[in-house]
Design a protein around this ligand. Structure first.
Ligand code: FRU
Length: 558
């Protein structure tokens, strides 16, 4: 090292917050006495690596923005499984004067237990974790009397990292209860996205006849292999001691598994990157969920053309409700999809690159397996602007939506419509019935001041050139001449059907989800809505709402 470089190195160390000697690692033994270890977080603080060791084994490892002084919030690490045992905590680079872990705090109570999830920027009927970052939904399923929503969770910070499967359960997909993280990073790596199925015929042997296991598939993001975990009660989880599918090529991730009834075998598909950055979906089959044979590949876009990139979903739906005419749908993270045929091994697309949404930041959606009502219901990650102030959580899920295939003048298309269970959130009918609008009409919605709303509207624009519904600060404009719906810089072509436009709108604090013409257009708009005002206006002529129903929605948090 030259003198100059040595000097630059020392300066860099000093700028980084002190000399190496001032940043010793911190190790300490303690006995697990209570349910949780409390980890102090300061949003934006430098990241430290933490490890928890037990009996010479590293049982947890993660990084976090460790608070060295007053924390913004505490992350809660469940240590109840090790009660009475000696644990060791190792932290790298902690300044001597830092208060973190002096003393080590444990607690039997989660301070937020029973509090109402009522923070200013928290959606009131969109699932978000009590604490930490969340992205993709994982393992959506119905098992032993309840819906299970697992999700990509960072339990220790409100930005992406430490991917762990968080876990919430619900009787109706609307009212969720978070019940603690299900599967944690291990030697395979962080636990990336995947799916879950109920092994009704016990093909894996993980359950018992008549008492099936819920089997989950995830990606280990160090081995880039597909791992398997299962549960027999929906609360305790086991992992297979080997990869179910070893790495195939480069990045491999996000396994989706389902039962193919005609062939009586399981099918898995996941994203595999090929040479030149080609996105492909790799299909495999299995009889026992543990051993898999590759069958075929579907090619998508390349590089930034993200058709069929990440997070696939694949399912069969009747066209126009006709069970004798079914088609398969293949979609991936950005919701672009293909419609076609499937013989148990190979998917043959008939229409490709169809657009699944016209909104913003709806991603990595997944459908629920084993829905008891036989519907195909989807929930997606809705990137919301929730990392505000000293909040301790970030990101949201969409509302649950039912998927259908319908015939349109352009061909067969998939629709999304809010599930009927959402109606249980209606607390008051604020306005209902028929309304005629001219440029002089007094705003019929002027007294409505709510942050949770459902709007059901059928508009006959008649001679009007433009009709605007203003919702809590966002203008939803229907341009009658261009037959186009516009909001917040987003737009979608939405032709009138027999002179009418049907709209369903769900409004929460984090934005709104708009459904046009019974779900042919799905437009999620992520924007924190801080004003409470509603209006409808028509320009250029008389317009009529043959239906204008507005409901206030109550919180789904219990
Ligand atoms: C999509 C994704 C997945 C991956 C996960 C990691 O949002 O990138 O492909 O499994 O997130 O959190």
């Amino acid at each position: 090292m030259t003198q100059l470089r040595r000097f630059a190195y020392v300066i860099t160390l000093l700028l980084a917050g002190g000399t190496l000697a001032a940043q010793p690692s911190f190790d300490q033994y303690f006995t697990a006495e209570k349910k949780f270890l409390q980890l102090p977080v300061k949003n934006g603080a430098p990241k430290r690596n933490l490890e928890i060791w037990k009996d010479g084994v590293r049982v947890r490892f993660f990084d976090m923005e460790l608070a060295e002084g007053t924390p913004d919030w505490y992350a809660y690490l469940d240590i109840s499984a090790w009660k009475g045992k000696s644990l060791e905590i190792r932290v790298d680079k902690l300044p001597k004067e830092a208060k973190a872990f002096r003393p080590i705090l444990q607690s039997d109570e989660d301070v937020l237990e029973g509090t109402p999830y009522a923070e200013q920027f928290r959606g009131q009927f969109h699932f978000s974790p009590k604490r930490g970052w969340m992205n993709d939904p994982n393992g959506l399923s119905y098992y032993k009397g309840q819906y299970h929503l697992f999700y990509q969770h960072n339990p220790y910070g409100r930005e992406w990292g430490n991917m762990t499967w968080g876990h919430a359960v619900s009787k109706d997909m609307i009212h969720w209860k978070e019940i603690g993280d299900a599967i944690h990073p291990d030697g395979y790596g962080p636990m990336f996205s995947g799916s879950a199925i109920v092994d009704s015929q016990n093909t894996s042997g993980f359950g018992k006849p008549g008492d099936p296991a819920l089997v989950m598939f995830f990606t280990g993001a160090t081995c880039w292999c597909q791992g398997l975990a299962w549960t027999n009660d929906g609360v305790h989880f086991n992992k297979l001691d080997r990869a179910a599918v070893p790495r195939i090529n480069k990045d491999n991730r996000d396994p989706k598994v389902f039962w193919y009834e005609p062939g009586k075998h399981w099918v898995m598909l996941f994203w595999v990157e090929r040479e030149g950055g080609l996105h492909t979906q790799q299909f495999l089959r299995s009889d026992n969920l543990k051993d898999w044979t590759p069958t075929s590949i579907v090619k998508g876009g390349t590089g930034n053309d993200r058709y069929l990139f990440e997070c696939p979903d694949f399912f069969e739906l009747p066209v126009d409700g006709n069970p004798a005419n079914k088609k398969w749908v293949l979609s991936a993270a950005n919701t672009m999809y293909a419609i076609g045929r499937f013989d148990g091994n190979t998917f043959t697309p008939e229409e490709e690159r169809l657009l699944g949404q016209f909104g913003r930041d709806y991603y990595a959606a997944q459908t629920i397996s084993n829905d008891p009502t036989g519907r195909r219901i989807e929930i997606g990650w809705w990137r919301t602007n929730t990392a505000k102030e000293n909040m301790n959580f970030n990101q949201s899920m969409s509302i649950p939506m039912e998927l259908k295939l319908v015939t349109t003048p352009d061909g067969i298309r998939m629709t999304r419509t809010p599930v009927k269970e959402l109606q249980s959130l209606r607390s008051k009918t604020l306005i209902t019935g028929v309304r005629t609008l001219t440029e002089k009409t007094v705003n019929p919605l002027k007294d409505i001041k709510e942050d949770g709303l459902e709007i059901q509207a059928t508009l006959e624009p008649g001679k009007a050139r433009q009709v605007t519904i203003q919702v809590n600060g966002l203008d939803l404009v229907y341009d009658v001449v261009a037959q186009q719906l516009r909001v917040d810089g987003l737009k979608a072509t939405l032709p009138l059907q027999k002179g009418q436009l049907q709209l369903t709108i769900y409004v929460d604090r984090t934005g709104m989800e708009i459904f046009g013409n019974n779900g042919l257009v799905f437009m999620p708009v992520n924007k924190n809505l801080t004003t409470k005002e509603l209006s409808v206006t028509a320009k250029g002529g008389k317009a009529r709402f043959t239906q204008l129903d507005v409901y206030s929605l109550q919180t789904a948090w219990q």
